[in-house]
Design a binder for this molecule. Structure first.
Ligand SMILES: [Zn+2]
Length: 345
């Protein structure tokens, strides 16, 4: 099946030849950076997820045995191991070669197990002639996660696919000289990993599905390959929230900037830009910057919204305190007056 999870080595930022010490150091460094206790608010949930992923990667890669299996089978290593174990047990229970004479039965069982291991993300090959000889290969489904930046520019994603392929040692028969093939433990098939590059167009929406023709599983009898489907997931951005092609971000401003008006520097997904905060702005007012959002299907761009948030200086300097005290003396109507009147109605 197609694996969608991020590569453990990539997660830890180490190469596949990293020493156990490298892995440990990388994990410690990242664990400190992403520990959920060090983050608050909206980021906390994201960090918890990231931290969990890191732990999982470290657990597997720090153990030489599981690391070896992961290197061989990828994210499916645990299932692959269970499969191997099942085969060994069955071989033991069967007693010598006798069981292997019983061709149909044993073969079918292992086939089923193999299907359940590698069949998780597949769906049946569609279209005419999908059964019997001349069948086309099965479709594979996987997902890709893009950052908002990648959505803007479009991106070529390298995708790792794990799928069963006929074992070369026994040519898919599961046997060598009437014995179970040692290479595939009699299954006739092995897990194979291949990498493909898929170009993802700019402006792709979260939840969209991309079809890559002919990149699915190989056909059993030399027919054409199935298709690969990519479910696109757009990662949450730490700063910008997305609404269709529009982006929104909270922009902190000082009270005097909001009151008197100001030109401030504000973030975009590209370079920061200058934005005019109008005099008399209130918290929650939105400034719209046309065309600074995400690309749309129609080739235009969505808008970027800055939501003003007036923040107060703290702690106050002596001078600032005096100025606030001056303002407090000025006669202004009670800002809660209206609220209190309405509440009583
Ligand atoms: Zn084999």
């Amino acid at each position: 099946m197609a694996t969608a999870q991020r590569d453990y080595y990539e997660l830890l930022g180490v190469t596949r030849t990293a020493t156990p010490d490298d892995i440990k150091k990388a994990f410690r460094r990242l664990a400190r950076q992403f520990h959920p206790d060090l983050h608050a608010g909206a980021r906390k949930g994201e960090m918890e997820k990231k931290f969990k992923e890191l732990n999982e990667a470290y657990e597997v890669l720090s153990d030489p045995e599981s690391r070896k299996k992961y290197d061989r089978y990828g994210h499916q290593w645990e299932q692959a191991e269970a499969y191997e174990r099942a085969q060994q047990q069955s071989r033991g229970a069967g007693g010598g070669d006798a069981q292997w004479q019983n061709e149909g039965r044993a073969g079918a069982d292992f086939g089923d197990i193999f299907e359940s291991i590698f069949g998780g993300g597949r769906r049946r090959g569609a279209g005419p002639g999908s059964e019997g000889s001349g069948a086309r290969g099965e479709d594979l489904i996987t997902s890709v996660r893009l950052s908002l930046r990648e959505v803007i520019s479009g991106v070529t994603q390298r995708i790792q696919l794990t799928e069963p392929v006929p074992c070369q040692s026994c040519h898919g028969t599961g046997r060598v000289s009437r014995r179970p093939c040692p290479e595939c433990a009699g299954a006739g098939r092995k897990a194979d990993t291949r990498m493909i590059d898929v170009k993802i167009p700019a402006g792709i929406q979260d939840g969209k599905r991309i079809r890559v023709p002919g990149k699915g599983a190989p056909a059993p009898n030399g027919g054409r390959r199935g298709d690969l489907f990519l479910n696109v997931e757009v990662a949450k951005h730490p700063v910008f929230t997305r609404d269709g092609a529009d982006l929104e971000v909270t922009l902190p401003v000082w009270p005097w900037e909001a009151t008197l008006g100001a030109e401030v520097t504000a973030p975009t997904l590209g370079d920061p830009i200058k934005v005019r905060v109008p005099a008399g702005s209130q918290s929650g007012n939105k400034l719209r910057i046309k065309g600074k959002g995400l690309p749309t299907d129609g080739g235009t761009r969505g808008d970027l919204y800055f939501v003003l948030q007036i923040i107060l200086p703290t702690p106050l300097s002596e001078d600032e305190r005096r100025q606030y005290e001056e303002m407090a003396k000025a006669a202004r109507p009670d800002p809660r007056g209206d609220l209190i009147r309405k509440a009583g109605q």
